[in-house]
Design a binder for this molecule. Sequence first.
Ligand code: HEM
Length: 192
Amino acid sequence: MFTLDNAPLANQLGFLALVAYIVTLLPTNVRIVFPETKQMKFHRWILKNRRIIGILSFAIAVVHGFLLIKKRDIDLFEPSTCWIYIQGVSSFIIFFLLAITSNDWCVKKLKKNWKHLHNLTYLALFLVTWHIYDKMSDHFSFLTPIGLVAVVSMIVLYLKRRVIEDQNEQTKAQKKLSSPTPLVKISTTSSK
Ligand code: HEM
């Protein structure tokens, strides 16, 4: 029979880091897919506190990773072991980069690159999903199905947002093409 294991503290922290991380992705994606939610109080609260929630998610992920590395005596400097944990480690590196650049100074210094860097958050979305499935597939805890449903729903929302954005871009381009070219006004007054 299919049974669910207990979730030790390290797993609970991994789950909490995941929840906080998903919360940071909600405002932008929900706003585009469900524009009518834009004015909701909760939505505005997340937008205001998004940076701190992201940093909190990173801090929780640090403790999650640390506890599991200690518990399993994992040596991440050993190439074959590092490969086994590659999804966890790479999403962790992305979380780290996002956390240290989540401040006004970095936004100013990095300019356009800041946005490119922070788009890595969507790569982490896929890496974390892979991480959870890969590490938990043969011994689901009671948190695993909830975590997987949450993260897969977030992926679906993100993909839907991308489709909407692409459609908007196409309509804009078509409108530009079909709009008549403005007539060039020929000045009749001669300039001296
Ligand atoms: C150095 C980085 C990381 C390492 C070494 C690591 C390690 C692990 C391991 C070994 C497991 C399986 C636990 C078990 O078998 O009971 C696990 C599960 C999990 N990890 Fe990570 N992890 C890392 C980063 C992350 C990050 C950045 C997140 C962010 C969201 C995360 C979220 C989770 C979640 C949600 C689970 C499943 C917990 C459950 O369903 O019970 N991990 N991790």
